[in-house]
Design a protein around this ligand. Structure first.
Ligand code: AP5
Length: 215
């Protein structure tokens, strides 16, 4: 099954993707994680995109689609994967459709995760991420066992640079302007599966599993 996870920053795409990976063995492809890894390793792409990401702006479409096409071509994804945070503009979606058509492939579902902006701001204020393995926590809702230490790998927990209040406001503004039109784009193609992630996570996963007919 090939799935796109679409939703505002902090709506829970990464958390849902991790759960679907653990429970249903989906390969998780996050463009945000791939970009962050390029920045960490100081690759030419990483140097080019750093300022966009720190400001909470979108990386240009051409760089993004090139990265995704490379992963899809060389990444051994098989046909059971999740694209988390891609596409994010109508232009990216159109280019991606062309790419899929050239490979005689298609997306099976686009999971539209929604959460009110105020709750997103609260969740991103409390989010902590492991510098080593990327595992996500929330203080105080889902804290690590020991302060600032990852339960899984003992790596240091940090707050992402783009999680400060001003940058979050900018990311939400961009989402509503550039990315939200994709809900309509994929609705017209009959692919949208709506998921409200403002409630208890276990209930959200039950709802999603049922809608996607998983397990
Ligand atoms: P990216 O890393 O993808 O960031 P994002 O889309 O802004 O999403 P986040 O990772 O911030 O949040 P999330 O939805 O995964 O939420 P999470 O699960 O962590 O992208 C970063 C940047 O990369 C972009 O700004 C852009 O510059 C660039 N980029 C990436 N893709 C691009 C593209 N296609 N085109 C151009 N540029 C691109 O959850 C948030 C918090 O909520 C966590 O603490 C979690 O524990 C908590 N939580 C989740 N669900 C629940 C629940 N039900 N109850 C309580 N807490 C919950």
């Amino acid at each position: 099954m090939r799935i796109i996870l679409l939703g505002p920053p902090g709506s829970g795409k990464g958390t849902i993707a991790d759960e679907l990976h653990e429970r249903f063995s989906f390969v998780h492809v996050s463009t945000g994680d791939l970009f962050r890894s390029n920045i960490k390793n100081q690759t030419p792409l990483g140097l080019e995109i750093r300022s966009y990401m720190e400001a909470g702006s979108l990386v240009p479409d051409e760089l993004t689609i090139r990265l995704v096409e490379d992963v899809m071509t060389n990444g051994n994804l098989g046909d059971h994967f999740l694209l988390d945070g891609f596409p994010r503009t109508v232009r990216q979606a159109e280019l991606f459709d062309q790419f899929l058509t050239s490979r005689s492939e298609k997306i099976d579902a686009v999971v539209h995760v929604y959460v009110p902006d105020d709750l997103i701001k609260e969740r991103l204020r409390g989010r902590r991420v492991c510098l080593n393995c990327g595992k996500t926590y929330h203080v105080p809702a889902h804290p690590p066992e020991y302060a600032d230490v990852c339960n899984a790998c003992t790596g240091l927990l940090i707050q992402r640079k783009d999680d400060n209040a001003d940058v979050v406001a900018h990311r939400l503004e961009i989402y509503h302007k550039e990315t939200a039109p994709l809900v309509d784009y994929y609705q017209k193609r009959g692919l949208i599966v709506d998921i409200d992630n403002s409630g208890k996570f276990a209930d959200v996963m039950l709802d999603l599993s049922a809608k996607l007919k998983l397990g």
